[in-house]
Design a protein around this ligand. Sequence first.
Ligand code: MSP
Length: 514
Amino acid sequence: MEKYYLTTAIDYANAPPHIGHAYEKIAADIVARYQRLAGREVFFLTGTDEHGTKVEKTAELAGKNPKEFVDEMAEKFQEAWKRLLISNDFFIRTTEPRHEKVVQEVFRRMREKGDVYKGTYKGLYCEGCEDYKRERDLDPDGNCPNHKKPPKVMEEDNYFFRLTKYKEKLRQWLCQEGVVRPDGRRKEVINQLDDEDFGDFSVSRPRTSLQWGIGVPDDPEHVIYVWIDALTNYITGIGFETDEVLWKKFWPADLHLIGKDIVKFHCIYWPAMLMACDIELPKMVFGHGFITVEGQKMSKSLGNVLDPIELVDKYGADAIRYYLFAANSFDQDGDFSRADFISTANSHLANNLGNLLNRTLTLVDKNCAGKVPDAIPDAEAMKVAENGQRSYVEFMEQLEFTKAIEAALSLLNEGNRYLNDQKPWTLFKEGKKAEGEAVLLTSLELVKRATVLLCPVTPGLSAKIWHQLGFDEPIEKVVLTDSVVSKVIPAGQLLRNQGPVFLRIEDVTAVPAV
Ligand code: MSP
Protein backbone atom coordinates (compact mmCIF):
# COMPACT_ATOMS: atom_id res chain seq x y z
CA MET A 1 0.00 0.00 0.00
CA GLU A 2 1.34 3.42 -0.92
CA LYS A 3 1.63 5.83 2.00
CA TYR A 4 0.62 9.48 2.16
CA TYR A 5 1.67 11.80 4.97
CA LEU A 6 0.08 15.23 5.09
CA THR A 7 0.16 18.04 7.60
CA THR A 8 -1.48 21.42 8.14
CA ALA A 9 0.02 24.47 9.78
CA ILE A 10 -0.42 24.24 13.54
CA ASP A 11 -2.59 27.12 14.72
CA TYR A 12 -1.48 29.63 17.33
CA ALA A 13 -3.26 28.81 20.58
CA ASN A 14 -3.74 32.51 21.40
CA ALA A 15 -7.37 32.73 20.23
CA PRO A 16 -10.15 30.31 19.29
CA PRO A 17 -10.35 28.91 15.76
CA HIS A 18 -11.86 31.02 12.98
CA ILE A 19 -13.10 30.19 9.49
CA GLY A 20 -9.61 30.77 8.00
CA HIS A 21 -8.12 28.05 10.21
CA ALA A 22 -11.10 25.85 9.37
CA TYR A 23 -10.63 26.42 5.63
CA GLU A 24 -7.14 24.93 5.79
CA LYS A 25 -8.10 21.98 7.98
CA ILE A 26 -11.07 21.13 5.74
CA ALA A 27 -8.81 21.30 2.67
CA ALA A 28 -6.37 18.91 4.33
CA ASP A 29 -9.24 16.67 5.31
CA ILE A 30 -10.47 16.56 1.71
CA VAL A 31 -6.98 15.51 0.65
CA ALA A 32 -6.73 12.89 3.43
CA ARG A 33 -10.14 11.41 2.65
CA TYR A 34 -9.47 11.47 -1.08
CA GLN A 35 -6.11 9.72 -0.59
CA ARG A 36 -7.80 7.01 1.48
CA LEU A 37 -10.44 6.69 -1.24
CA ALA A 38 -7.61 6.28 -3.75
CA GLY A 39 -6.36 3.35 -1.68
CA ARG A 40 -3.38 4.94 0.08
CA GLU A 41 -2.43 4.57 3.72
CA VAL A 42 -2.74 8.06 5.14
CA PHE A 43 -1.35 9.83 8.16
CA PHE A 44 -2.94 13.24 8.65
CA LEU A 45 -1.48 15.55 11.28
CA THR A 46 -2.76 18.84 12.64
CA GLY A 47 -2.41 20.60 15.98
CA THR A 48 -1.68 23.76 17.93
CA ASP A 49 1.37 26.01 18.22
CA GLU A 50 1.46 26.85 21.90
CA HIS A 51 4.71 28.62 22.79
CA GLY A 52 6.11 32.10 22.11
CA THR A 53 5.56 35.74 22.97
CA LYS A 54 2.14 36.04 21.38
CA VAL A 55 0.65 33.20 23.41
CA GLU A 56 2.50 34.24 26.58
CA LYS A 57 1.14 37.78 26.38
CA THR A 58 -2.44 36.80 25.53
CA ALA A 59 -2.51 34.37 28.47
CA GLU A 60 -1.24 37.10 30.77
CA LEU A 61 -3.93 39.48 29.55
CA ALA A 62 -6.53 36.81 30.24
CA GLY A 63 -5.14 36.49 33.76
CA LYS A 64 -4.17 32.85 33.23
CA ASN A 65 -0.93 30.98 33.35
CA PRO A 66 0.13 30.00 29.83
CA LYS A 67 -0.33 26.27 30.29
CA GLU A 68 -3.84 26.64 31.63
CA PHE A 69 -4.61 29.03 28.76
CA VAL A 70 -3.30 26.81 25.95
CA ASP A 71 -5.04 23.76 27.43
CA GLU A 72 -8.36 25.57 27.01
CA MET A 73 -7.53 26.74 23.49
CA ALA A 74 -6.32 23.32 22.34
CA GLU A 75 -9.67 21.91 23.51
CA LYS A 76 -11.52 24.46 21.39
CA PHE A 77 -9.54 23.63 18.27
CA GLN A 78 -10.08 19.90 18.75
CA GLU A 79 -13.78 20.41 19.34
CA ALA A 80 -14.08 22.53 16.19
CA TRP A 81 -12.28 19.95 14.05
CA LYS A 82 -14.46 17.18 15.42
CA ARG A 83 -17.59 19.13 14.58
CA LEU A 84 -16.29 19.82 11.07
CA LEU A 85 -15.69 16.07 10.56
CA ILE A 86 -11.92 16.49 10.26
CA SER A 87 -10.37 13.01 10.21
CA ASN A 88 -6.88 13.79 11.50
CA ASP A 89 -4.91 10.79 12.78
CA PHE A 90 -3.23 12.82 15.50
CA PHE A 91 -3.52 16.25 17.08
CA ILE A 92 -0.11 17.53 18.11
CA ARG A 93 0.41 20.13 20.83
CA THR A 94 3.83 21.75 21.03
CA THR A 95 3.70 21.63 24.84
CA GLU A 96 3.78 17.82 24.73
CA PRO A 97 6.90 16.57 26.57
CA ARG A 98 7.71 14.28 23.63
CA HIS A 99 7.78 17.29 21.31
CA GLU A 100 9.96 19.33 23.66
CA LYS A 101 12.59 16.58 23.58
CA VAL A 102 12.53 16.38 19.77
CA VAL A 103 12.92 20.17 19.43
CA GLN A 104 15.95 20.08 21.73
CA GLU A 105 17.40 17.19 19.75
CA VAL A 106 16.98 19.15 16.50
CA PHE A 107 18.70 22.16 18.09
CA ARG A 108 21.52 19.96 19.37
CA ARG A 109 22.06 18.42 15.94
CA MET A 110 22.18 21.80 14.23
CA ARG A 111 24.66 23.05 16.82
CA GLU A 112 26.87 19.94 16.55
CA LYS A 113 26.97 20.44 12.80
CA GLY A 114 28.44 23.89 13.45
CA ASP A 115 25.33 25.59 12.07
CA VAL A 116 24.36 27.43 15.25
CA TYR A 117 26.45 30.22 16.77
CA LYS A 118 25.98 32.95 19.35
CA GLY A 119 25.57 36.61 18.38
CA THR A 120 23.61 39.77 19.04
CA TYR A 121 20.39 40.61 17.26
CA LYS A 122 19.82 44.28 16.78
CA GLY A 123 16.65 45.09 14.88
CA LEU A 124 12.91 44.74 14.64
CA TYR A 125 10.53 41.99 15.75
CA CYS A 126 6.81 41.63 15.03
CA GLU A 127 5.12 39.65 17.80
CA GLY A 128 2.05 39.04 15.61
CA CYS A 129 4.18 37.26 12.99
CA GLU A 130 6.69 36.01 15.56
CA ASP A 131 9.20 37.14 12.97
CA TYR A 132 12.25 39.36 12.63
CA LYS A 133 11.68 42.26 10.23
CA ARG A 134 13.81 44.58 8.14
CA GLU A 135 12.94 48.26 7.59
CA ARG A 136 11.97 47.52 4.02
CA ASP A 137 9.52 44.79 5.07
CA LEU A 138 7.34 47.46 6.71
CA ASP A 139 4.57 49.51 5.14
CA PRO A 140 5.00 53.28 4.52
CA ASP A 141 3.74 54.00 8.07
CA GLY A 142 6.45 51.83 9.56
CA ASN A 143 3.98 49.06 10.48
CA CYS A 144 4.11 45.32 9.90
CA PRO A 145 1.91 44.94 6.81
CA ASN A 146 0.20 41.85 8.28
CA HIS A 147 -0.58 43.23 11.70
CA LYS A 148 -0.72 46.97 11.07
CA LYS A 149 1.39 47.58 14.15
CA PRO A 150 4.94 48.88 14.51
CA PRO A 151 7.41 46.07 15.27
CA LYS A 152 9.41 46.13 18.50
CA VAL A 153 12.95 47.47 18.43
CA MET A 154 15.19 44.89 20.06
CA GLU A 155 18.77 44.30 20.96
CA GLU A 156 19.48 40.96 22.59
CA ASP A 157 21.82 37.97 22.63
CA ASN A 158 20.57 35.21 20.36
CA TYR A 159 21.76 31.98 18.87
CA PHE A 160 21.83 32.26 15.07
CA PHE A 161 21.32 29.60 12.42
CA ARG A 162 23.84 29.62 9.58
CA LEU A 163 21.32 29.84 6.76
CA THR A 164 23.92 31.30 4.40
CA LYS A 165 25.67 27.92 4.35
CA TYR A 166 22.55 26.32 2.86
CA LYS A 167 21.48 28.96 0.37
CA GLU A 168 22.86 27.20 -2.68
CA LYS A 169 21.43 23.82 -1.71
CA LEU A 170 18.09 25.41 -0.96
CA ARG A 171 18.11 27.10 -4.31
CA GLN A 172 18.67 23.77 -6.05
CA TRP A 173 15.77 22.25 -4.14
CA LEU A 174 13.49 25.17 -4.94
CA CYS A 175 14.37 25.03 -8.61
CA GLN A 176 12.47 21.77 -8.96
CA GLU A 177 8.98 22.44 -10.21
CA GLY A 178 6.31 21.01 -7.95
CA VAL A 179 8.14 21.21 -4.60
CA VAL A 180 6.36 24.46 -3.80
CA ARG A 181 2.92 25.14 -5.23
CA PRO A 182 1.31 27.17 -6.70
CA ASP A 183 4.30 27.81 -8.92
CA GLY A 184 4.09 31.58 -8.46
CA ARG A 185 4.83 31.16 -4.76
CA ARG A 186 7.84 28.97 -5.57
CA LYS A 187 9.24 31.77 -7.71
CA GLU A 188 8.59 34.31 -4.95
CA VAL A 189 10.56 32.18 -2.48
CA ILE A 190 13.47 31.87 -4.89
CA ASN A 191 13.54 35.68 -5.19
CA GLN A 192 13.45 36.02 -1.42
CA LEU A 193 16.32 33.58 -1.05
CA ASP A 194 18.35 35.33 -3.73
CA ASP A 195 18.15 38.60 -1.84
CA GLU A 196 21.65 39.33 -0.49
CA ASP A 197 20.13 40.61 2.71
CA PHE A 198 18.49 37.31 3.44
CA GLY A 199 21.01 35.65 5.72
CA ASP A 200 21.44 33.87 9.03
CA PHE A 201 18.49 34.13 11.38
CA SER A 202 17.90 34.01 15.14
CA VAL A 203 16.88 30.69 16.59
CA SER A 204 16.57 31.65 20.25
CA ARG A 205 15.38 34.40 22.60
CA PRO A 206 16.89 35.18 25.99
CA ARG A 207 14.80 34.07 29.00
CA THR A 208 14.74 37.70 30.07
CA SER A 209 12.55 38.46 27.00
CA LEU A 210 10.55 35.24 26.80
CA GLN A 211 9.77 32.64 29.44
CA TRP A 212 7.21 30.52 27.63
CA GLY A 213 9.20 28.24 25.36
CA ILE A 214 11.48 25.24 25.15
CA GLY A 215 14.93 25.73 26.70
CA VAL A 216 18.09 25.71 24.59
CA PRO A 217 19.93 22.47 25.53
CA ASP A 218 22.75 23.18 28.03
CA ASP A 219 21.97 26.88 28.16
CA PRO A 220 19.09 27.66 30.55
CA GLU A 221 19.33 31.39 29.82
CA HIS A 222 17.88 30.93 26.33
CA VAL A 223 14.60 29.73 24.85
CA ILE A 224 14.31 28.18 21.37
CA TYR A 225 12.68 30.46 18.76
CA VAL A 226 9.01 29.56 18.36
CA TRP A 227 9.25 28.84 14.62
CA ILE A 228 12.01 26.25 15.17
CA ASP A 229 9.78 24.71 17.82
CA ALA A 230 6.64 24.83 15.64
CA LEU A 231 8.13 23.51 12.40
CA THR A 232 9.60 20.54 14.24
CA ASN A 233 6.04 19.32 14.96
CA TYR A 234 5.99 17.74 11.52
CA ILE A 235 8.60 15.20 12.52
CA THR A 236 7.55 14.76 16.15
CA GLY A 237 4.02 13.90 15.02
CA ILE A 238 5.26 11.01 12.94
CA GLY A 239 7.51 9.50 15.58
CA PHE A 240 10.96 11.01 14.94
CA GLU A 241 13.21 9.64 17.73
CA THR A 242 10.22 8.00 19.41
CA ASP A 243 8.57 5.58 16.98
CA GLU A 244 10.96 4.10 14.48
CA VAL A 245 8.30 2.13 12.60
CA LEU A 246 5.95 5.05 12.10
CA TRP A 247 8.80 7.40 11.22
CA LYS A 248 10.31 5.06 8.63
CA LYS A 249 6.94 4.40 7.11
CA PHE A 250 5.68 7.96 6.70
CA TRP A 251 8.59 10.40 6.43
CA PRO A 252 9.18 12.36 4.19
CA ALA A 253 5.91 14.27 4.21
CA ASP A 254 4.04 14.12 0.92
CA LEU A 255 2.35 17.43 1.57
CA HIS A 256 2.67 20.36 3.98
CA LEU A 257 -0.49 22.39 3.53
CA ILE A 258 -0.10 25.97 4.73
CA GLY A 259 -1.33 29.50 4.13
CA LYS A 260 0.44 31.88 1.75
CA ASP A 261 1.65 34.06 4.68
CA ILE A 262 4.01 31.42 6.08
CA VAL A 263 5.66 30.15 2.92
CA LYS A 264 9.09 31.58 3.87
CA PHE A 265 9.21 29.54 7.07
CA HIS A 266 8.21 26.33 5.32
CA CYS A 267 10.23 26.71 2.13
CA ILE A 268 13.43 28.25 3.48
CA TYR A 269 13.80 27.76 7.23
CA TRP A 270 12.28 24.28 7.43
CA PRO A 271 14.20 22.64 4.56
CA ALA A 272 17.41 24.28 5.83
CA MET A 273 16.80 22.84 9.31
CA LEU A 274 16.21 19.41 7.80
CA MET A 275 19.39 19.69 5.72
CA ALA A 276 21.34 20.57 8.84
CA CYS A 277 19.90 17.51 10.60
CA ASP A 278 20.49 15.23 7.58
CA ILE A 279 16.78 14.49 7.26
CA GLU A 280 15.09 14.04 3.90
CA LEU A 281 13.08 17.03 2.63
CA PRO A 282 9.28 17.05 2.19
CA LYS A 283 7.90 16.32 -1.26
CA MET A 284 5.61 19.30 -1.51
CA VAL A 285 4.60 22.50 0.25
CA PHE A 286 1.32 24.04 -0.89
CA GLY A 287 0.59 27.66 0.07
CA HIS A 288 -3.15 28.25 -0.20
CA GLY A 289 -4.99 31.56 -0.45
CA PHE A 290 -6.82 33.45 2.29
CA ILE A 291 -10.54 33.53 3.01
CA THR A 292 -12.24 36.86 3.55
CA VAL A 293 -15.74 37.34 4.97
CA GLU A 294 -18.22 39.24 2.79
CA GLY A 295 -15.24 40.58 0.87
CA GLN A 296 -13.39 41.87 3.93
CA LYS A 297 -10.36 40.65 5.81
CA MET A 298 -11.45 39.22 9.18
CA SER A 299 -10.55 41.32 12.17
CA LYS A 300 -11.63 41.67 15.76
CA SER A 301 -12.16 45.39 15.29
CA LEU A 302 -14.54 44.83 12.36
CA GLY A 303 -16.34 42.18 14.41
CA ASN A 304 -16.49 39.87 11.39
CA VAL A 305 -14.44 36.93 12.69
CA LEU A 306 -16.46 33.81 11.81
CA ASP A 307 -16.59 31.04 14.40
CA PRO A 308 -16.69 27.64 12.65
CA ILE A 309 -18.54 25.97 15.55
CA GLU A 310 -21.40 28.44 15.36
CA LEU A 311 -21.58 27.92 11.61
CA VAL A 312 -21.71 24.15 12.04
CA ASP A 313 -24.44 24.49 14.68
CA LYS A 314 -26.48 26.54 12.31
CA TYR A 315 -25.88 24.91 8.93
CA GLY A 316 -24.14 21.58 9.51
CA ALA A 317 -20.59 20.63 8.56
CA ASP A 318 -21.30 19.33 5.05
CA ALA A 319 -22.78 22.55 3.65
CA ILE A 320 -19.88 24.63 4.97
CA ARG A 321 -17.23 22.22 3.74
CA TYR A 322 -18.94 22.01 0.37
CA TYR A 323 -19.38 25.72 -0.12
CA LEU A 324 -15.84 26.69 0.83
CA PHE A 325 -14.33 24.44 -1.82
CA ALA A 326 -17.02 24.51 -4.51
CA ALA A 327 -16.96 28.30 -4.57
CA ASN A 328 -13.26 29.12 -4.08
CA SER A 329 -10.14 28.13 -5.97
CA PHE A 330 -7.74 26.72 -3.45
CA ASP A 331 -4.63 28.39 -4.81
CA GLN A 332 -6.20 31.84 -4.76
CA ASP A 333 -7.87 34.04 -2.17
CA GLY A 334 -11.53 33.27 -1.60
CA ASP A 335 -14.55 34.57 0.23
CA PHE A 336 -17.31 33.43 2.54
CA SER A 337 -20.46 35.28 1.56
CA ARG A 338 -23.65 34.30 3.35
CA ALA A 339 -25.96 34.81 0.38
CA ASP A 340 -23.65 32.89 -1.93
CA PHE A 341 -23.25 30.13 0.66
CA ILE A 342 -26.99 29.64 0.98
CA SER A 343 -27.68 29.68 -2.74
CA THR A 344 -24.77 27.31 -3.53
CA ALA A 345 -25.74 24.81 -0.82
CA ASN A 346 -29.39 24.89 -1.85
CA SER A 347 -28.84 24.57 -5.54
CA HIS A 348 -26.09 21.93 -5.46
CA LEU A 349 -26.90 19.87 -2.38
CA ALA A 350 -30.67 20.23 -1.96
CA ASN A 351 -31.73 20.54 -5.62
CA ASN A 352 -29.15 18.71 -7.65
CA LEU A 353 -28.09 15.93 -5.28
CA GLY A 354 -30.99 15.67 -2.83
CA ASN A 355 -33.78 15.84 -5.39
CA LEU A 356 -32.23 13.29 -7.71
CA LEU A 357 -31.87 10.84 -4.84
CA ASN A 358 -35.34 11.56 -3.54
CA ARG A 359 -37.10 11.30 -6.85
CA THR A 360 -35.30 8.07 -7.68
CA LEU A 361 -35.94 6.42 -4.33
CA THR A 362 -39.62 7.38 -4.40
CA LEU A 363 -40.02 5.92 -7.88
CA VAL A 364 -38.20 2.73 -6.84
CA ASP A 365 -40.50 2.45 -3.80
CA LYS A 366 -43.56 2.85 -5.94
CA ASN A 367 -42.60 0.71 -8.89
CA CYS A 368 -39.95 -1.76 -7.71
CA ALA A 369 -41.00 -2.53 -4.12
CA GLY A 370 -38.08 -0.44 -2.79
CA LYS A 371 -35.49 -2.82 -4.24
CA VAL A 372 -32.73 -2.22 -6.78
CA PRO A 373 -34.18 -3.40 -10.11
CA ASP A 374 -32.53 -6.19 -12.05
CA ALA A 375 -31.55 -4.33 -15.20
CA ILE A 376 -28.64 -2.97 -17.23
CA PRO A 377 -27.80 0.71 -16.87
CA ASP A 378 -27.69 3.01 -19.86
CA ALA A 379 -24.29 2.75 -21.56
CA GLU A 380 -24.07 6.43 -22.50
CA ALA A 381 -24.83 7.56 -18.96
CA MET A 382 -22.22 5.15 -17.61
CA LYS A 383 -19.68 6.64 -19.97
CA VAL A 384 -20.46 10.08 -18.56
CA ALA A 385 -19.95 8.63 -15.07
CA GLU A 386 -16.60 7.10 -15.98
CA ASN A 387 -15.34 10.26 -17.65
CA GLY A 388 -16.50 12.30 -14.66
CA GLN A 389 -14.67 9.99 -12.29
CA ARG A 390 -11.49 10.13 -14.37
CA SER A 391 -11.47 13.94 -14.36
CA TYR A 392 -12.29 13.96 -10.66
CA VAL A 393 -9.21 11.85 -9.90
CA GLU A 394 -6.97 14.05 -12.05
CA PHE A 395 -8.19 17.22 -10.34
CA MET A 396 -8.01 15.78 -6.83
CA GLU A 397 -4.41 14.66 -7.42
CA GLN A 398 -3.62 18.30 -8.31
CA LEU A 399 -5.54 19.70 -5.29
CA GLU A 400 -7.93 21.41 -7.69
CA PHE A 401 -10.94 20.87 -5.48
CA THR A 402 -13.36 23.18 -7.28
CA LYS A 403 -12.84 21.34 -10.54
CA ALA A 404 -12.98 17.93 -8.86
CA ILE A 405 -16.33 18.88 -7.32
CA GLU A 406 -17.58 20.01 -10.73
CA ALA A 407 -16.56 16.65 -12.15
CA ALA A 408 -18.55 14.85 -9.42
CA LEU A 409 -21.52 17.13 -10.10
CA SER A 410 -21.42 16.21 -13.78
CA LEU A 411 -22.75 12.77 -12.77
CA LEU A 412 -25.69 14.35 -10.97
CA ASN A 413 -26.43 16.70 -13.84
CA GLU A 414 -26.47 13.70 -16.11
CA GLY A 415 -28.79 11.85 -13.70
CA ASN A 416 -31.27 14.71 -13.55
CA ARG A 417 -31.17 15.25 -17.30
CA TYR A 418 -31.57 11.54 -17.98
CA LEU A 419 -34.50 11.17 -15.61
CA ASN A 420 -36.28 14.18 -17.12
CA ASP A 421 -35.69 12.92 -20.66
CA GLN A 422 -36.66 9.31 -20.06
CA LYS A 423 -39.65 10.00 -17.79
CA PRO A 424 -39.72 6.60 -16.05
CA TRP A 425 -43.07 7.47 -14.40
CA THR A 426 -44.64 7.47 -17.89
CA LEU A 427 -42.83 4.26 -18.86
CA PHE A 428 -44.32 2.46 -15.84
CA LYS A 429 -47.75 3.91 -16.57
CA GLU A 430 -47.52 2.60 -20.13
CA GLY A 431 -46.60 -0.83 -18.84
CA LYS A 432 -42.99 -0.59 -20.08
CA LYS A 433 -41.68 -2.01 -16.82
CA ALA A 434 -38.28 -3.24 -18.06
CA GLU A 435 -37.45 0.13 -19.62
CA GLY A 436 -38.60 1.98 -16.53
CA GLU A 437 -36.43 -0.23 -14.33
CA ALA A 438 -33.36 0.36 -16.50
CA VAL A 439 -33.85 4.11 -16.15
CA LEU A 440 -34.13 3.91 -12.38
CA LEU A 441 -31.08 1.68 -12.11
CA THR A 442 -29.11 4.17 -14.21
CA SER A 443 -30.19 6.98 -11.97
CA LEU A 444 -29.31 5.03 -8.81
CA GLU A 445 -25.93 4.17 -10.24
CA LEU A 446 -25.15 7.81 -11.02
CA VAL A 447 -26.19 8.88 -7.51
CA LYS A 448 -24.09 6.10 -6.01
CA ARG A 449 -20.95 7.08 -7.88
CA ALA A 450 -21.39 10.79 -7.26
CA THR A 451 -21.91 10.06 -3.55
CA VAL A 452 -18.59 8.23 -3.38
CA LEU A 453 -16.77 11.01 -5.24
CA LEU A 454 -18.26 13.71 -3.04
CA CYS A 455 -17.48 11.81 0.16
CA PRO A 456 -14.14 13.60 0.83
CA VAL A 457 -15.98 16.93 0.66
CA THR A 458 -19.31 16.02 2.28
CA PRO A 459 -18.57 12.96 4.42
CA GLY A 460 -21.69 13.27 6.60
CA LEU A 461 -24.07 13.68 3.71
CA SER A 462 -22.43 10.94 1.66
CA ALA A 463 -22.70 8.52 4.61
CA LYS A 464 -26.45 9.25 4.88
CA ILE A 465 -27.01 8.67 1.17
CA TRP A 466 -24.90 5.52 1.23
CA HIS A 467 -27.16 4.16 3.96
CA GLN A 468 -30.29 5.06 1.98
CA LEU A 469 -28.84 3.25 -1.01
CA GLY A 470 -28.87 0.14 1.15
CA PHE A 471 -25.15 -0.30 1.81
CA ASP A 472 -24.06 -1.48 5.25
CA GLU A 473 -20.30 -1.12 4.96
CA PRO A 474 -19.27 2.42 5.98
CA ILE A 475 -18.62 4.61 2.94
CA GLU A 476 -15.34 5.71 4.53
CA LYS A 477 -13.96 2.20 3.96
CA VAL A 478 -14.69 2.31 0.24
CA VAL A 479 -11.78 2.49 -2.22
CA LEU A 480 -12.32 3.70 -5.80
CA THR A 481 -11.14 0.43 -7.30
CA ASP A 482 -13.56 -1.65 -5.17
CA SER A 483 -16.25 -3.53 -7.02
CA VAL A 484 -18.84 -1.69 -4.94
CA VAL A 485 -17.88 1.39 -7.01
CA SER A 486 -17.09 -0.11 -10.41
CA LYS A 487 -19.85 -2.73 -10.51
CA VAL A 488 -23.53 -1.90 -10.76
CA ILE A 489 -25.39 -1.66 -7.48
CA PRO A 490 -26.60 -5.25 -6.74
CA ALA A 491 -30.06 -6.18 -7.97
CA GLY A 492 -32.48 -6.82 -5.14
CA GLN A 493 -30.59 -4.61 -2.64
CA LEU A 494 -33.16 -3.10 -0.32
CA LEU A 495 -33.10 0.71 -0.40
CA ARG A 496 -33.91 2.79 2.66
CA ASN A 497 -35.85 5.84 1.63
CA GLN A 498 -35.78 8.05 4.69
CA GLY A 499 -36.77 11.33 3.11
CA PRO A 500 -34.67 14.35 2.12
CA VAL A 501 -30.97 14.08 3.00
CA PHE A 502 -30.31 17.80 2.79
CA LEU A 503 -32.88 20.35 3.88
CA ARG A 504 -32.95 23.64 2.02
CA ILE A 505 -31.48 26.50 4.03
CA GLU A 506 -34.22 29.07 4.39
CA ASP A 507 -32.23 31.18 6.77
CA VAL A 508 -32.28 34.94 6.35
CA THR A 509 -30.55 35.98 9.56
CA ALA A 510 -26.92 37.07 9.64
CA VAL A 511 -24.16 34.52 10.00
CA PRO A 512 -23.03 34.76 13.61
CA ALA A 513 -19.82 36.71 14.25
CA VAL A 514 -17.61 36.21 17.29
N1 MSP B 1 1.49 28.93 14.19
C1 MSP B 1 1.80 29.36 12.88
C2 MSP B 1 2.03 28.17 11.97
C3 MSP B 1 3.10 27.24 12.41
S1 MSP B 1 3.23 25.89 11.34
C4 MSP B 1 4.61 25.10 11.78
C5 MSP B 1 0.63 30.19 12.33
N2 MSP B 1 -0.52 30.08 12.97
S2 MSP B 1 -1.87 30.86 12.59
O1 MSP B 1 -2.84 30.47 13.56
O2 MSP B 1 -1.60 32.26 12.45
O3 MSP B 1 -2.30 30.33 11.17
C6 MSP B 1 -2.52 28.96 10.97
C7 MSP B 1 -2.84 28.67 9.51
O4 MSP B 1 -4.09 29.29 9.20
C8 MSP B 1 -1.80 29.26 8.56
O5 MSP B 1 -1.53 28.36 7.53
C9 MSP B 1 -2.47 30.49 8.03
O6 MSP B 1 -2.04 30.85 6.74
C10 MSP B 1 -3.93 30.03 8.00
N3 MSP B 1 -4.86 31.13 8.00
C11 MSP B 1 -4.99 32.13 8.91
N4 MSP B 1 -5.96 32.99 8.48
C12 MSP B 1 -6.47 32.55 7.31
C13 MSP B 1 -7.50 32.97 6.44
N5 MSP B 1 -8.20 34.07 6.65
N6 MSP B 1 -7.76 32.20 5.36
C14 MSP B 1 -7.11 31.03 5.11
N7 MSP B 1 -6.13 30.61 5.90
C15 MSP B 1 -5.75 31.37 6.95
O7 MSP B 1 0.82 30.86 11.33
